[in-house]
Ligand binder design. Sequence first.
Ligand SMILES: Cc1ncc(COP(=O)(O)O)c(C=O)c1O
Length: 398
Amino acid sequence: MKVPFGTITIDQKAKDLVNEALNTGRVSNGKFVRQFEERFAKLVNAKEAIAVSSGTDADVLALAVLYDLGAKRGDEVIVPSLSFVATGNAVLHAGFKPVFVDVELETLNIDSAKIEAAITPQTRAIMPVHLMGKPAKMDVIMQIAKKHNLVVVEDAAEAHGAMYKGKNVGEWGDMAAYSVYLAHIITTVEGGVVTTNREDFAEILRSLRCHGRACKCKVCVVNTSNSYCAKRFAQGKDIRFIFERVGYSSKMNELEAAVGLSSLDMYQQIIDKRHHNLITMIDRLKEFDQYLMTIHEEKDERIGPHAFPMIVKKGAPFTRDELVDFLDKHEIDTRDLFSSMPTQCPGFDYLGHQLGDFPNAEYAGNNGLHIGVHQDIHQEHIDYVMATIRDFIKSKVR
Ligand SMILES: Cc1ncc(COP(=O)(O)O)c(C=O)c1O
């Protein structure tokens, strides 16, 4: 039996909408992008959603909004040391210095008790990550941000559908950045979305995604109205060619949004299935509690079912890589549970951190893995995964 890491469901509606876009010739951003933004915003209970070309760009652009608030290049952004590398890359690409804080091994998320010690006069923002869809402690993080006057950008790339203390993740911070890459729950194949309740931030984000243009209204920026807006020549010059901030080229296109619109139709069905798979796997892993740990869903939260993480415990008679090799030989796809960005990703060496600075992130980086919980995984796959882990452990424990 094969257990692939990811899957994508492209239904007839997606194909029809892609064809419609191709037939009209309107393939750059247009009405489908706008519809996708409106529906995405509604789903996560945000006033505004801005579709961009990747989850990484969603992180970068959300951080770049800080310049409009007075931030300077080189100012600091606090991030967890354990995440997919895109989180750290985004801080650097936005022109800021990432200040890494270790994670809690039980939640995989930033250790909120360590955040205040990392704040300096240069700190402008905190960017918590809801890793594997497990919500970070947003109530505590928002209190710290308020006390120190910091912006909060939630990296919700992996957290579609996650809830914390009665609110969606993404509703807590000033902005949230989602990935809609194909391994994620809502997908446009490649893509990202920034959500916010601040209309002024939404305008800045629309400007940022299109080269920093002064033209940034909700409707005409994607050319969905038949006439140009009155603001276009109001300054005596076409505002589409006034570049008022350092921008990016990061638009979503109609073909991607077409896939996204059908993905949104299937959202509830997909998320229910994935959540069921995740909770079943968490429950079934109790059998191997002596050797493997995972995350848990607390009463006041709902995990966004991104994937199923496992960490080999200290003292287990096997390594993560031996387990991964065994699973791989039995056609169960795995991914490593990311790395400590500052100390286990060579691209960050120049920042000068030392191995040992982030013990929990490094432990997860050396001992963690994750497997799929997607909608094409069924009970028989879960039984097979657990039986394979059982066989592996039996072969190691004498
Ligand atoms: C936590 C996190 N942030 C950012 C990203 C970047 O998203 P993308 O791959 O769409 O650029 C990912 C990717 O999956 C991620 O897991």
